[in-house]
Design a binder for this molecule. Structure first.
Ligand code: PSU
Ligand code: MN
Length: 301
């Protein structure tokens, strides 16, 4: 692995580091907004006192802390492979470019010694998974790898209820930031309860610290509601999501292509409104992730 020197120094000296994924750049948003967003997220993390480490794979080498030029290349380049746990050894061995999903980013962050990871939304149990078995590898990763993921909740392209059940089975604590309900990405709430309403970054750090001290292996999922001003009307966005899913089924899109297809279709159907919401919520998550990482460093001492 190649660890950026600034990131390496921070990890060694108990300074706060926040990992970021690269699938969101290559498969989650269109160019050039993807690059602008990725760089802005890094800025927000810095402004809040932590060091960003965007993770991806270049010519088979995992990079922990991409440069701005590398981020630009990830945003532009065609044919970067979406890479989750199962893909990692192949991409590395074949010296490919790989965009790391939540699962692969967790693995690499953990190998590098980074506890906190900020993203927009995680993968989950897809609607109809009773038939298709389509359950994102992100959920099993959360069940086994010691990284805390800050997101805006699972998107309503998924079956949120089944996603929560699966996370419970895997022993993943699901915390909502100043909310009793599960945030659902574009909307601040859903009708599902979370395990715990966490009030501040220090409380997040304390829960993570106790999970680590008691060797309760696996991740912690922090769901941070989208800021009020950018939250979308649930009726409107859920209707557009249903249309996107219909179209996906008509086209017979399956497996790892599903999520990227739905993400770009929803941007198209909402004339870019969903993309703006997506960007705002990630920036919001970045600020919280940085603050939690700082509190964790203080606790760890
Ligand atoms: N959900 C989003 N935005 C994203 C993703 C999910 O709202 O960019 C990406 C993440 O990289 C996540 C991956 O890990 O999609 C999940 O893909 P799948 O459903 O194929 O497991
Ligand atoms: Mn899947």
């Amino acid at each position: 692995m190649k660890i950026n020197p600034e990131v390496f120094d921070a990890i060694k000296n108990n300074k706060p580091v926040v990992a970021l994924e690269s699938t969101i750049i290559s498969h989650g948003m269109p160019y050039p907004k993807n690059v602008a967003c990725a760089l802005e997220v890094e800025n927000v993390i810095r402004e809040n006192g932590a060091i960003p480490a965007t993770i991806g794979i270049i010519n088979g080498e995992p990079i922990i802390g991409m440069t701005n030029d590398e981020i630009e290349e990830f945003g532009k380049r065609k044919g970067i492979i979406k890479c989750s746990r199962r893909d990692l050894p192949i991409i590395i061995s074949e010296k490919e470019w790989g965009a790391t999903t939540v699962s692969a980013t967790m693995i690499l962050a953990n190998l590098a010694g980074i506890e906190f990871f900020v993203t927009g939304g995680i993968g989950g149990v897809h609607r109809g998974a009773q038939e298709t078995f389509d359950i994102s590898a992100d959920l099993d990763e959360l069940g086994r790898t010691n990284v805390t993921v800050i997101c805006a909740g699972p998107k309503a392209i998924l079956d949120l209820n089944l996603t929560m059940e699966y996370l419970e089975t895997k022993g993943v604590p699901v915390l909502a930031y100043n909310s009793d309900k599960l945030p659902a990405f574009f909307t601040r709430t859903s009708d599902l309860n979370v395990d715990y309403n966490v009030k501040n970054p220090a409380e997040i750090a304390s829960i993570v610290k106790n999970k680590r001290d008691y060797k309760l292996d696996g991740g912690v999922l922090v769901c941070n509601p989208i800021p009020e001003d950018y939250s979308m009307d649930p009726n409107y966005i859920n209707k557009e999501i249903d249309k996107a899913i219909d179209e996906m089924n008509k086209l017979g899109i399956k497996g790892k292509e599903e999520t990227p297809f739905l993400l770009s279709k929803i941007v198209e159907l909402t004339n870019g409104k969903s993309l703006e919401a997506n960007i705002k919520l990630i920036l919001n998550n970045a600020a919280l992730g940085a603050k939690a990482a700082i509190e964790y460093c203080k606790l760890r001492g």
